[in-house]
Write a protein that binds this ligand. Structure first.
Ligand SMILES: [Zn+2]
Length: 424
């Protein structure tokens, strides 16, 4: 008898639980976005009159004429151009050099890690507010300052994009500092890890991961050239933890060739890579993150007009050749000098002038900023396209970016992982 009572009671509770669950589910509020024009990053085309249903930070459904509940929250973007959140695969949010001064060494001495982190939090906010929901911050962040910016974003203290993070740059002796006297040896340790053998490189990889890195960044060809085996040591070590290696190399030649044969995921810069190198990268499925400075970006570094023009021409020429050859490209800017009257994102988007000069179609540029970047960053299953079960990183532009890529500057709406962070 006692047992029967117990079973009856348990049964009643189960039914009650199901009723409460069903009532809750019926009232659960999704966000429904009415989209006038939706950029399909895979095809590079705009699809008209779409609906995106967002649930728990993810895209539940996308399509035309979808049914939704009356209780759902409606966001009307029927007069806008809707894209996956943009990505920049080469930023340094905690760094800011003075206009036309290239004062790296002064900054190491006069800016504390705390100041760097505060700047990083401001710049991270600027990126998110201007439609960049994911960025790759690759070094030059003092003593792991960006790691603290990431923590602050995760705690909800500040708003910022998803940050793929490299920690300190691993480089041959001397980091990227030049002209330091022997009495100030290791002056560059504030920003770099000296690593000159495969064992030292592996240790540096593990140290960066310990302090929060999610990608490994190396520099070669500035002070000393890594052998392919050196870079492969980093690639193998990083792979154990599911991470990729990306390598700064400026020009064509031995340093670049060693990177290309090492198994690294990408070359950063590669300003004067030759056709053979670009073809090899294509064959290996390796990415180019070209950091294609415009004339104004070069001039900001303190170069004279002639040199700035020449350097811009080199970058535009390489962009043209890489596009023609079909080297995979991901978008990266590398701007650490804010132009007069502009914030970091405005200064960074100046690189679009080089992409335009190389006559790269806007649809492809948008792909480098979305689906291609997601693939390089290892986020191809969660970000970079607006499809079912992907993160709801969604932005809207006032004007059509396929007509003019400069229209990516007309951001009027930003959603990150289902949360609206900007709505004009
Ligand atoms: Zn850089």
């Amino acid at each position: 008898m006692k047992n029967n009572k117990y079973f009856l009671l348990a049964g009643a509770f189960k039914i009650l639980a199901v009723i409460i669950f069903l009532a809750f589910a019926a009232n659960a509020q999704n966000t429904v976005i009415k989209v006038g024009h939706l950029f399909d990053a895979r095809s590079g085309k705009m699809l008209d009159n779409q609906i995106i249903i967002v649930e728990n930070g993810k895209i539940k459904e996308v399509g035309a004429n979808l049914k939704f509940n009356k209780t759902d929250k409606i966001i009307d973007l029927s007069d806008s151009y809707v894209l996956p959140g943009l990505m920049d695969c080469h930023v340094h949010i905690t760094t800011n050099l003075s206009y036309r001064a290239r004062d790296w060494n002064d900054k190491y001495l006069t800016e504390s890690n705390a100041l760097r982190a505060i700047r990083g939090s401001v710049v991270a906010g600027q990126f998110l507010d201007n439609g960049f929901t994911t960025i790759k911050d690759i070094g030059n962040d003092g003593n792991y300052a960006t790691a603290d910016v990431i923590k602050a974003i995760k705690k909800g203290w500040i708003q910022g994009p998803t940050i793929i993070y490299a920690g300190k740059i691993i480089a041959p002796y001397g980091g990227q500092s030049g002209g330091i006297n022997p009495e100030n040896e290791h002056f560059w340790d504030f920003e770099f890890i000296d690593a000159d053998t495969p064992d030292e490189i592996k240790k540096a990889v593990r140290k960066n991961i310990y302090y929060g890195a999610t990608v490994i960044k190396m520099v070669t060809g500035d002070n000393g050239i890594y052998d392919a085996e050196d870079i492969k040591a980093a690639v193998d070590e990083a792979k154990k933890y599911g991470m990729k290696v990306t390598v700064h190399v400026l020009n064509e030649g031995l340093a670049a060739d060693n990177v290309i044969s090492s198994g690294a995921a990408a070359i950063e810069h590669g300003h004067s890579l030759n056709d053979q190198e670009l073809q090899l990268m294509k064959d290996k499925g390796m990415f180019l993150v070209g950091t294609d400075f415009s004339y104004d970006n070069w001039f900001a570094y303190g170069f004279d007009e002639k040199t700035s023009r020449k350097r811009t021409d080199v970058v535009v020429d390489r962009l043209k050749r890489a596009y023609k050859i079909g080297t995979k490209m991901a978008f990266g800017t590398d701007i650490v000098i804010d132009l007069p009257g502009m914030n970091r994102v405005g200064s960074s988007l100046k690189v679009l002038e080089s992409w335009n000069a190389a006559k790269i179609p806007p649809s492809y540029i948008l792909q480098t900023m979305t689906v291609n970047s997601a693939e390089l960053l290892g986020l191809e299953k969660s970000k970079g396209v607006l499809e079912k079960s992907f993160d709801a990183d969604i932005i809207a532009l006032k004007n059509n970016p396929l007509e003019n890529i400069e229209n990516v500057k007309t951001v009027r709406f930003v959603m990150k992982e289902g949360k609206v962070v900007r709505q004009d």
